[in-house]
Ligand binder design. Structure first.
Ligand code: C5P
Length: 237
């Protein structure tokens, strides 16, 4: 069953920019259509919580994507610093004790565990000397995250269908690695496991995270509208 999520929150625009001025400019360009923005490492390093609060003051939601990964106690203390700031989604990365510590420290935020980065390909797994497929690893990590009390996961659209089938409807699934149709076959920057917005939502993603296809576009609103049309279409089928 599809969750009742407003169309302007289905796409989370990744504000991967250098400074708060650029971030604010991008928010202003997108906000007639988008009410969910992601602040990641680059922007957070530039101005800590200032842009986060500025976005919230304009009535929008924030995903804080810092992918905490450290010893469990350090992750717990970092999560405590982020709690109670009105952040909607935060990301962590890690094994059982790390995820457990983060979940215990979580206050009002929803926690997402990163499964396998979308810039990772099967060849990277082989290179690390690991056996098994990316898909199996994603399912294993997602199951573990849910068992430990995470609200959801970040994973590529390629695993979305299997995740929904095996883990059910409650799981909150956020999917980066989104490209407009033509780029899924062609250039996809450093992303390796990519999909269109419509296909990702049709496969079971609740939200898609989109950075460069929107932030580097001459006309970001045109790309957003095209992706939102795809999403509306698949949700009505
Ligand atoms: O520009 P692009 O659309 O590739 O940006 C994707 C965004 O999603 C980046 O901010 C990246 O950090 C983030 N992300 C990702 N893969 C994950 C988790 C987050 O690409 N597994």
């Amino acid at each position: 069953m599809t969750k009742a999520i407003p169309l302007n929150e289905r796409i989370i625009v990744a504000l991967d920019v250098e400074n708060p001025e650029q971030a604010q400019q991008m928010v202003k360009r997108c906000e007639s259509k988008i009410s969910f923005f992601k602040v990641g490492l680059q922007l957070f390093m530039a101005d800590w919580f200032h842009t986060v609060e500025w976005i919230q003051d304009r009535g929008h939601k924030v995903m804080l994507d810092l992918k905490f990964f450290d010893i469990p106690e350090t992750v717990k203390l970092a999560i405590e610093q982020v709690n109670n700031r009105g952040i909607s989604l935060a990301t962590i990365h890690g094994n059982r004790p790390i995820v457990k510590a983060a979940v215990e420290a979580r206050g009002d935020m929803k926690l997402l565990a990163v499964t396998v980065l979308t810039s990772f390909a099967e060849s990277d797994i082989r290179e690390m000397g690991m056996t098994g497929s990316i898909s199996d690893l994603v399912i294993y990590r997602a199951k573990q995250a849910l068992e430990l009390g995470c609200d959801g996961i970040v994973s590529s659209g390629l695993e979305a269908q299997r995740l929904r089938a095996e883990l059910g409807d409650d799981l909150l699934m956020v999917t980066p690695g989104i490209r407009p149709g033509a780029q899924v076959i062609g250039a996809a920057d450093d992303q390796k496991r990519v999909m269109t917005a419509g296909k990702a939502i049709a496969s079971g993603a609740d939200h898609v995270v989109v950075g460069r296809p929107i932030t580097k576009a001459d006309d970001p609103l045109a790309i957003i509208e095209q992706m939102q049309d795809e999403i509306t279409q698949v949700l009505s089928e």
